[in-house]
Design a protein around this ligand. Structure first.
Ligand code: MG
Ligand code: MG
Length: 238
């Protein structure tokens, strides 16, 4: 899982260098597919429940599951959320980052910073003996405390020999049942999706692309994290 996630991180690094005004999101898909070929790994999302691409490329008000497209040319001031997974020797890696395209507004920069920081605060709670919802609470309290929305409809997840395993990892504290107790050896994909406005979403006619209902910006950062006796280990880093 460490190797699967290391490769995802290295592909995300590569994409980060390629993202600039004037590039199409399909060019990013091509880079990711070539990199997977080079590493001898399979992209995890292509074909998953019928998703047609290796990458989810979600621009601006798109939250997750956007399709790469030749027609979608990134422009200065946009943000693009790239979610990427691979399968290496039967194990899955999964990570996402939101990238600025050229120079972005200060308010947009703040959305990215808060989303990334909410992820890091969630990761800090990924400790044996904690409740799963300690992660959820840390993400939600920080992001909402900064005045942002936290998407409810999509959540993080366990990961291993499958892309999506139990337990779900919400970015908010659900009412009702207590969260499961975290144990050494669990691996979770923690992935806050944070919005400038309301957390309400809509799905576009392509049946996949999730957008904010108010069409305000949304950002997404995800790491695959192993829970160990020495604390959380981020696997999706280069
Ligand atoms: Mg992902
Ligand atoms: Mg995920």
């Amino acid at each position: 899982m460490r190797e699967a996630n290391r490769l995802v991180s290295s592909i995300l690094d590569m994409l980060g260098k390629a993202i600039k005004p004037g590039i199409s999101t399909m060019s990013l898909e091509d880079i990711a597919c070539k990199a997977c070929e080079g590493y001898g790994v399979k992209p995890a999302f292509k074909g998953y429940h019928g998703f047609p691409f290796a990458l989810c490329c979600s621009v601006n008000e798109e939250i997750v599951h956007g399709f790469p497209s030749e027609k979608r040319i990134l422009k200065e001031g946009d943000i693009v959320s790239i979610d990427m997974g691979v399968i290496y020797q039967g194990f899955y890696g999964d990570s996402a980052r939101t990238y600025p395209v050229g120079k972005i507004a200060d308010s947009t920069r703040k959305l990215l910073d808060v989303t990334r920081e909410s992820l890091m605060r969630g990761i800090d709670k990924a400790l044996p003996g904690n409740s799963l919802y300690d992660i959820s609470r840390a993400v939600q309290e920080y992001a909402e405390g900064e005045g942002y929305g936290v998407v409810r409809r999509f959540v993080g997840h366990g990961i291993g020999r499958n892309l999506h395993e139990k337990p779900e990892v919400p970015n908010f504290v659900p009412s009702g049942l207590p969260g499961v107790q975290l144990r050494t050896g669990m691996v979770l994909a923690i992935e806050p999706m944070v919005t400038e406005g309301s957390h309400d979403i809509e799905i576009l006619d392509d049946k996949w692309t999730a957008v904010t209902k108010d069409r305000k910006l949304s950002a997404h950062f995800e790491h695959t994290v192993a829970i160990t006796s020495e604390g959380p280990q981020i696997l999706s880093c280069s």
